[in-house]
Ligand binder design. Structure first.
Ligand SMILES: C[S@@+](CC[C@H](N)C(=O)[O-])C[C@H]1O[C@@H](n2cnc3c(N)ncnc32)[C@H](O)[C@@H]1O
Length: 193
């Protein structure tokens, strides 16, 4: 993909590389093409698009400002033991291809969901309600918003376009010392009483 775009620059003055969603979110070739094009002396710019997560916020009705939201790529999440906060939303991308380093057009097997269930069960109860989300690819179709418990995640159908939403499991508590330091202790006290 990268070579194809860079090759086009040898015969065209202007080249536009179009990708779905946000071209810079969970996409390697776009960033790399821009880096190499600039290195070769070309002007290169990325324009933002609407990512799957943007659609998710709209379809599921989550505002990340309220409880916070942590986003990871699913394999990266497991491999690096990413630290997250179960008081906030956890969003895992590419959950349908955990540990799969190949590219397949005809769909992926999902044998590596069990390690994810094990990892999540350290912070969430097994009956915790998760959401498998797939934004609609067609204007006339509804998105997929399937609720599944953590213990049943491995038997849920996950695809190359599935994104997993793990809602908070623990209530957030205000740090009153910090509220005091910020000069908003009275406001916060009124708000939570
Ligand atoms: C290579 S990334 C590309 C993301 C894309 N650049 C974007 O901004 O949405 C592929 C991953 O994005 C997410 N994704 C792509 N299409 C989706 C959809 N229709 N609904 C939900 N998540 C989607 C899934 O987590 C999928 O495994």
């Amino acid at each position: 993909m990268i070579c194809r775009v860079l090759d086009s620059l040898t015969t065209n003055d202007i080249v536009c590389f179009v990708l779905y969603g946000h071209p810079g979110v969970f996409v390697y070739p776009s960033h790399e093409v821009i880096r190499r094009a600039k290195l070769a002396g070309h002007d290169a710019q990325m324009l933002p698009g609407i990512s799957a997560e943007d659609c998710l916020f709209a379809d599921i009705g989550i505002d990340p400002a309220r409880l916070g939201c942590c986003t990871f790529e699913a394999t990266d999440f497991l491999l690096y033991g990413r630290v997250f906060d179960p008081r906030s939303y956890l969003i895992l991308w590419q959950v349908g291809l955990i540990g799969d380093i190949t590219f397949k057009l005809d769909g992926y097997d999902t044998p590596n969901v069990e390690p994810l269930v094990q990892r999540l069960s350290r912070s969430y109860p097994l009956d915790h309600d998760l959401i498998v989300y797939e934004a609609s690819q067609y204007a006339v179709c509804a998105p997929r918003v399937d609720h599944v418990s953590l213990q049943n995640l491995a038997s849920e159908k996950l695809t190359a376009i599935s994104t997993l939403v793990v809602p908070p499991a623990v209530r957030s508590e205000v740090d009153m010392e910090m509220a005091d330091l910020l000069g908003i202790k009275d406001f916060i006290t009124r708000k939570i009483s």
